[in-house]
Design a protein around this ligand. Structure first.
Ligand SMILES: [Zn+2]
Length: 297
């Protein structure tokens, strides 16, 4: 498959001039390991001009976007590709109203599709962090005083953040998750989802970690005004301001998606060249999501 590489918008728009160009790309991603009819299971088909496939046995037609997160995108696959490209390659936070204006769709339509993209950006959980990992909790939303750490304001959303460090003490990878409270039981969700059992972890002296220290290799040290957790606190500041500048109000339901999108981009900052293709492959693999599942009350 001739994958698109790079972050150059001109090259991107030259490659994807029409909806058909995009459908060809989707078809390549979707059937790269071979075709199988999703009605009768037969393995051979004819390709139509719009890159859909017609099963040789039962005649079932399947379009390239069917069953992917591009399914029934009414504003066209090309615009959807551009939105994916923007979201994958930008370092800034993008709002639905901005994207609506940029691509000539309503804010609501943009928001819905952007949530699908964020859905595809969610971690598979297949690559837990190992090595040196720093962990801390924080809050987002409500009134902010630029403070890091635990807060008990009920309007704020509680979260935990873990950063794997390079040997030089810089961030290498990170994950962030919403939690209901700062108990060991809630914080353990992060350990279960994203941290390898061999990781050497460091936290502040919060007692929530005490029950976890029996099972995991956790060292608890004073924060020393944040100096002992520099990379971690920088990441927490970034994720907070990223959410704050774009989303004046983030629902409990959606906050996790914003975390997923932030971490996805950060964790691929060394592989920006292939990030668009990676996102498309994820969009193709994901089950189609309907509006009711995205917009939760
Ligand atoms: Zn068939």
């Amino acid at each position: 498959m001739d994958i698109f590489r790079g972050q150059n918008l001109i090259e991107f728009s030259d490659r994807f001039k029409t909806d058909l160009d995009c459908k060809e790309y989707l078809a390549q991603a979707k059937w790269k390991d071979g075709y199988q009819c999703n009605r009768c299971g037969h393995g051979a088909a004819q390709q139509r001009r719009d890159f859909s496939r017609i099963c040789n046995i039962c005649g079932h037609t399947e379009s390239a976007p069917a069953g992917t997160l591009f399914h029934r995108v009414r504003f066209g696959v090309r615009k959807a590709f551009f939105i994916c490209f923007e979201m994958a390659t930008t370092t800034k936070s993008l709002s639905a109203s901005y994207m609506g204006v940029r691509f000539g769709i309503t804010e609501k339509t943009a928001r819905l599709f952007m949530h699908k993209v964020r859905e595809a950006m969610r971690s598979s959980g297949n690559h837990p962090m190992d090595g040196t990992v720093h962990i801390d909790e924080f809050v987002v939303g409500g009134r902010e005083k630029g403070k890091i750490g635990r807060s008990y304001d009920s309007k704020k959303k509680k979260a935990v953040c873990a950063v794997q460090l390079t040997e030089g003490g810089k961030e290498r990878r990170m994950y962030s998750m919403k939690i209901d409270n700062f108990s060991g039981k809630e914080i353990k969700k992060m350990f279960d989802a994203h941290i390898d059992g061999t990781a050497k972890m460091t936290t502040d002296e919060w007692r929530g970690y005490w029950p976890l220290a029996k099972k995991y290799d956790i060292e608890q040290i004073p924060t020393n005004g944040g100096l002992n957790f520099k990379a971690l606190h920088t990441m927490i500041h970034q994720i907070k301001s990223w959410i704050r500048t774009t989303y004046s109000w983030v629902s409990d339901f959606h906050v996790e998606r914003y975390f997923d999108a932030f971490c996805y981009r950060l964790n691929r900052s060394q592989s920006k060249g292939t990030i668009f293709n990676n996102l498309i492959v994820r969009m193709v693999k994901a089950d189609k999501i309907y509006q009711k599942e995205i917009i939760c009350s």
